[in-house]
Design a protein around this ligand. Sequence first.
Ligand code: ADP
Length: 504
Amino acid sequence: MSNNEAPTNENAPSREIRNGGELALLETIPGHVWSTDPVGRFTFRNRSMESFFGGGFPRDLGDWLERVHTDDQRPVAETWQASIDTGQPLESAHRLCGIDDKYRWFRVSGRPVRDVFGHILAWHGQTIDIEDEKRAAEELRARSIELSLLVDIVPSHVWLMAPEGTTTTVNKHMADFLGLDLSNAGNVEAVMETIFHPDDSEPVRSELGRCLATGESFSMSYRLLRADDTFRWMLGRVEPIRDKDGNIVQWFGLCHDIEDQVQAAAALRRSAEQLAHAARAANLSQLAASIAHEINQPLTAVVTDSEVCVRWLSADPPNVERGKQAAERVTQDALSALDIVGRIRALFRRQPQTRTMEDINRLVTEVVALMSDEFSANMTRVDMELGVHLPTVALDRIQVQQVLVNLIRNGIQAMDGTNPARALKIKSTCDPANAILVSVEDAGTGFTHPDRVFEPFFTTKSNGMGMGLPICRSIVEAHGGRLWVENNLTGGATVSFTLPATET
Ligand code: ADP
C-alpha cells in the first residue's frame, strides 16, 4: 500500500477547512468519519474516531492496518489496495483495536471524490461500530447450529417450508430416510415430488394446499417412499409459525414413522377376523346340535302319537275318534318339525325372524294347554301367576314357545321321582325398566352345576343333549332379553327370562 509519501500533519487537522455547520454535523454523527488523500493518507478524522484510536492516529493506511486484527489484515490490505488502484468504492468489515486495547468489529465504507476529469482527489469514508450486531449474529448462528444439531438428532422427520409451501430444509433423519443428498439444496424440493405413495399423493397435496391457503394445521397419515424403495406409513403434522402480527413466516413439519403400529393394528384385525371365523365355526357345531335337539322333540312326539293312533285303531272295537285325534296330533307334530326346518333354512338365508306383537300371558297359557298331556302324564300341577295389563312384546312366537316348552319340560324332569307334590309355578310380571319377566319355578332337585348349564352339551341326563338351555338363552338374547337360572332357598330351581316390552 502506498502510504509513505507526504505524511499527514496530525497537528493540522483538515476539519478547519469545513464550515462550522458541516463540522458540527461530522463531529456529532455516530461512528467514525474520515477523509484521505488519493493514496490513503488521512486528512480528516472526526472526534469519535480519534477517541477510539487515540489522538492523531491513524495517519495513513499503514497505521490503520496495524490496528486491524491479524486474522483480518490480509483481506483488508487487499481490499483497500484494490480500491485505491481502481477507484472502486471501498467496503469492508473487520476488527479494529481501540486505544483501550480491545478489538471491536467495524463496517468500513469509503467513496472517492473526483475532479471534472475523473481523477481521484480524495476518499471520504465512514466506519460504523457493528460489534453488538456481530455478536448478536454470532449468537444467532451458534443457536441455529445448536438447533439444527438438535433437530438432526430428533428421531423424527422434521422439515421446514416457506410460507407458500416450498420445502426449504429437512433434518438428517428425514434425509437419511429418503436417501436425500443434503449438500444440494435443489434436491430437497425435487425429491418432495416423488416421495408419496401414488394413492396418497393427491389427498396429501390437496389437504396441504387447503392448509397453506387457510393457515390451518395439517395432520394426516400417508405412505412415504424410503431410500430402500419400500413405502412406510407416516403420521405427518405441519404447523404454521407466525410473526407477532400473525403473518405466517414458516411452516414447521414433523412426521413419525407409524408403520409398526399400522402393521400391529392390521395383525390385530386379522386375528379378530380369525377369531370371528372360529366363533362362526363353533356356532355351526352348536347349530347342528341344536337342529338335532329341536327336531328330535316333534319326531319323538310323532312316534308316540303314531303308536297311540295304532293302539286306538287296533282296539276291539277300534276307537276311530281317538285314533283320529292321535293322527291329527301326528300331523301337528310333523308340521312343527317342518316349521323348525323352515326356520333353520331362513336362518341360513339370513332372513329376519318373523316377529309379531304378542301378549306374553297368552303365549304362556297356550304352551301350558299344549303340554297338558305331559303335565298329567307326570302328575304335575301348574300354578300360573300372570301379571295384569302387561305390555305387549315383539317376538318370534315359535321361538319363545320353544323357550317356554324347554323350561317347563326341564322343570317337570327335575321333579321326576323326587317330589310327590309336583308343582310348577309360572309367573309373569313387568319390571320397572318396562321389561317383561317370566319365571318357571319347580320343586325339583335344583341345579347341581348352575355355573355350567349354559355350556353347550352340558347335561346330567342319560338321554339329554345339553343344548336346551344354551338355545333358550340365545333365543332370549336375540330378542334383547336375558335368561338366568337360580336355585330356590326352599329347594327346587327357578329359570327366569326378560323380554323388552314394546308398548305400555
Ligand atoms: P338337557 O335337558 O338336554 O340336559 P339343558 O340345557 O336343558 O339340556 O339342561 C342342562 C342341564 O341343566 C340339565 O342336564 C340339568 O342338569 C340342568 N337343568 C336344567 N333345568 C333344570 C331344572 N329345572 N332343575 C335342575 N336342573 C336343571
